[in-house]
Write a protein that binds this ligand. Structure first.
Ligand code: TRP
Length: 364
């Protein structure tokens, strides 16, 4: 029996990160030359308000790409959080929080499309033919899923969790995005999307242009920002500074941040992770070199460092927070942005599904 599943999938355990970095540099160059060639899809799970780790890790990059002239689709992955009961109960609130954060950081609904995947039926229908193109063994090997499962508080793995890389492939391929800005941890997911695009063409292609282009990863070098307790910044650990926090809340969080006993401030992420993360945070907010920032504080100690960080964060976030407050007063507009984004996404998904059904000879 020859099946499309026989088309080799990349060995996920040997993902070539340096190659992806090299390719990303080439892509950056290509974007600068001709941004109109690219369509980006990225997204987040609605699990609450976004924080500074998200901002410097990915959010900032989306706005940068949008402002360079790339067409950007931002997905609110509301189906993907259904496995988490606590989130599911507050889904509407979390989705609106995400919308407010996006608008506040400068995602422009005139140029970019913000949508929720549960509102786009044709996108979700792609899941069925796509599921036929991957084996359960391949899904079981996916390191990101393994990791999610390992960290999940659920007693068992749901089918939704197990198949979520395939869902993610539908998220990307429905709009034929050719560029997906991701961190290293998402590379295996992108490989599955590429594999599905290829296998779909092998099984149903007529030798002409493939229905789905193979999307490429644009690796972002996410700076390692720690939470205020020195562990990974995460909302659930209460160690994150939310974009929407007030200036006073921010000052309080930073005042309580973990440092060390050495008076002289230096930037040395390996030997002094907590102090260095604070220095890095100030440097990112100020668009400056962390070594210089540390040097300037010198032996004025942790209290001075915290002062500098608090001011840098609050200055950087002030315009974002002001915009967020404005949009917060106009929830009608915010909901309209999502409805309009959903409408655009549906029009594209309907066309793609039509093409898919034509390729599958199932247009009756
Ligand atoms: N899985 C991503 C996360 O954990 C969210 C996401 C869903 C996504 N679909 C996507 C990201 C498609 C990029 C492309 O945050």
């Amino acid at each position: 029996m020859t099946t499309d599943l026989a088309v080799p999938a990349p060995a996920h355990d040997h993902l070539d990160v340096p190659a992806a970095q090299l390719r990303s540099a080439e892509l950056e160059e290509a974007i600068r030359k001709d941004p109109g060639r690219f369509r980006v899809l990225t997204g987040d799970r609605p699990t609450g308000r976004l924080h500074l780790g998200h901002y410097f890790g990915t959010l900032h990059n989306r706005v940068r790409l949008q402002d360079m002239g790339v067409e950007v689709f931002v997905l609110i992955a509301d189906y993907q959080v259904l496995t988490d009961r606590d989130v599911a109960e507050r889904l509407t609130e979390y989705v609106e929080d995400l919308l407010l954060d996006y608008l506040a950081i400068g995602v422009d609904p005139e140029r970019s499309t913000i949508f929720a995947h549960s509102a786009v039926p044709a996108l979700n229908q792609l899941l069925l033919p796509f599921l036929s193109l991957v084996s359960t063994a391949e899904l079981g090997r996916n390191p990101t899923v393994k990791d999610e499962i390992a960290h999940s508080s659920q007693a068992s793995v749901s089918g939704l969790m197990f198949t979520y890389p395939v869902h993610q492939a539908a998220d990307i391929l429905f709009c034929k995005a050719n560029l997906v800005p991701v961190g290293q941890d998402q590379l295996p997911h992108l490989e599955i999307a590429r594999t599905i695009a290829r296998r779909f063409d092998n099984r149903y292609g007529d030798g002409g242009a493939p229905v789905f282009p193979e999307p490429e990863a644009l690796l972002s070098v996410a700076p390692l920002l720690l939470g205020t307790d020195g562990t990974k910044m995460s909302k659930s650990r209460r160690n994150a500074i939310a974009l929407s926090a007030s200036a006073d809340e921010t000052a309080k969080l930073i005042r309580g941040a973990k440092t060390d006993a050495e008076r002289r401030i230096t930037y040395d992420p390996v030997a002094r992770p907590e102090v260095s993360s604070l220095v890095l945070l100030a440097a990112l907010c100020l668009d400056r070199d962390p070594h210089e920032v540390a040097e300037e504080i010198g032996d004025r100690g942790a209290a001075a460092l915290k002062q500098v960080v608090t001011e840098a964060v609050n200055d950087r976030l002030a315009p974002i927070r002001a915009r967020r407050t404005e949009y917060d007063r106009d929830r009608g507009f915010v909901r309209k942005v999502l409805r309009e984004g959903n409408r655009r996404a549906n029009a594209i998904a309907d066309d793609t599904l039509h093409e898919v059904r034509a390729a599958m000879k199932s247009l009756y």
